[in-house]
Design a protein around this ligand. Structure first.
Ligand SMILES: Nc1ncnc2c1ncn2[C@@H]1O[C@H](COP(=O)(O)OP(=O)(O)OP(=O)(O)O)[C@@H](O)[C@H]1O
Ligand SMILES: [Mg+2]
Length: 430
């Protein structure tokens, strides 16, 4: 049969190899073409024989399964490696995925899950084609066919920023992203990035369990592939994809290992953003409250840079100084949107109109709705879509509609691009 899936088994225990071979003999689409006991042999056979799928034990004497996988992917980028391990630990999973493994099964695998994994991996190999390497977008089975080629989409990037903490940025970013996904439907791709590297809490606001985060992408920032990205992204029940922030503040350093560009933008984060842009309709980014290398990377890429303030003097002052800074740098102010959160909170004392007069007309006023906001934060259940009828929920629906209208307004209304030499000044300013 010419089209059978050619599988190699790598395990140092003869009995395990035999068990796997027996399991696979029940699948008429699968042919076991080699069984070897070491990582070194596995690499040799792959070089000579180019199997479709490799079942790789993690624990091997000498070159272990993870090192062998790296080597195999290096010499044959389209070979699909499925890792097998007795340990179900996330650390193995992470290292296996980093090495380029396509899937990860706990030993002993069930017959169905093994066959499914092999067929899935084989399908991906066919999609990659013989000449395609992993670093090219287009290998992912998770992406609809029309989005498998680079440039099929160009995401609108919406950044949510506030110079002061506690203004509601994370609440706004999370719920805007969910509301946009709801507005566009699950066919469209919306991604939320937690760009607050040190104290990002998007995963808390959404009660998401992420074993992989942005730090797992960072070392591969310049040779990402859609499958690695999909492995790291977490899917929320709304269909929204989420790129979670590093688990601890010190982990964030891996993103800074390549430093910054001439204009101050974080090199790795910029590369990650550029890779993601053609794969999504929208990318929403929550940020830390400082003008740093992360924000500079985002400013370049943003179609809309949202500045959030509540009606209290220190926050308004911070927002105003930030907008003035943008103005001094000739940043295109058409891309800036003011959001007044808790706009109707009488106790805060300042009229939203006075803020607009001091700065610019607001894109939206969001209501003060302590009950809804606090409940959402404490339970890790976003306001959207469950509480869309609350005052804050209605505010988020309107917010998503306004953002969508704003970033899709006709091009001719926009102001000219700022001069590049003046933008370079921001890097020096920091
Ligand atoms: N419109 C609102 N009405 C009432 N409370 C709100 C509103 N928006 C946000 N909050 C509450 O304000 C608090 C801070 O919100 P959030 O964490 O989203 O702000 P942040 O700017 O991201 O803060 P951080 O400095 O932690 O990054 C949360 O308890 C949240 O529930
Ligand atoms: Mg926050």
């Amino acid at each position: 049969m010419p089209d059978r899936i050619r599988v190699m088994i790598v395990d140092d225990i003869a009995e395990t190899r035999e068990q796997l071979r027996k399991l696979l003999s029940f699948d008429p689409d699968v042919e076991v073409v080699a069984m070897v006991s070491t990582g070194e042999d596995a690499v040799r056979v792959v070089a000579a024989d180019n199997p479709d799928v490799v079942l790789m034990d993690v624990n091997l004497p000498g070159m272990d399964g993870i090192a062998a996988t790296s080597k195999i992917i290096e010499i044959r980028p389209t070979v699909q490696v499925i890792m097998l391990s007795v340990q179900g630990e996330t650390d193995y999973l992470r290292r296996a995925m980093m090495a380029g493994a396509r899937d990860y099964l706990t030993k002993p695998p069930g017959a169905d899950e093994l066959m499914d994994a092999i067929h899935r991996a084989h399908k991906l190999r066919q999609q990659m084609g013989p000449g395609m390497v992993r670093s090219q977008p287009g290998g992912s089975g998770d992406l609809p066919p029309e989005q498998r080629s680079k440039g099929a989409l160009q995401a609108k990037v919406v950044t949510v920023f506030s110079p002061k903490g506690g203004t509601g940025c994370t609440t706004l970013a999370v719920n805007l992203a969910i509301a946009l996904q709801g507005l566009l439907g699950t066919e469209r791709r919306v991604c939320l990035i937690d760009g607050n590297l040190q104290f990002g809490d998007v995963s808390i606001f959404m009660k998401l369990q992420a074993s992989l985060t942005m730090i797992d992408l960072a070392p591969h920032a310049h040779d990402l592939d859609p499958d690695l990205l999909n492995t790291v992204l977490v899917t929320h029940e709304s269909g929204l994809k989420v790129l979670v922030a590093p688990p601890t503040p010190e982990d964030a350093e891996v993103l800074r290992e390549e430093g910054v560009e001439e204009n101050g933008a974080n090199t790795r984060f910029r590369a990650i953003l550029e890779f993601m842009e053609p794969l999504f309709d929208y990318i929403i980014v929550d940020t830390a409250h400082q003008v740093d290398d992360m924000l500079l990377a985002l400013m370049d890429k943003s179609d809309l840079l949202m500045v959030v303030t509540r009606p209290v003097i220190p926050e308004i002052r911070g927002a105003r100084i930030f907008v003035e800074l943008l103005h001094k740098l000739s940043y295109d102010l058409n891309k800036v949107g003011l959001v007044i959160n808790c706009a109707d909170n009488k106790r805060m004392g300042i009229q939203p109109e006075a803020i607009e007069k001091a700065m610019m007309p607001a894109l939206i006023h969001l209501p003060f709705d302590e009950r809804t906001a606090l409940r959402a934060a404490n339970l890790g259940e976003p306001v959207m879509p469950r509480s869309s009828r609350t005052p804050l929920g209605q505010g988020f629906t309107a917010f998503a509609e306004k953002v969508h209208a704003r970033v899709h307004k006709p091009v001719e209304e926009e102001m000219p691009e700022p001069e590049p030499q003046r933008r370079a000044g921001l890097g020096r300013l920091l």
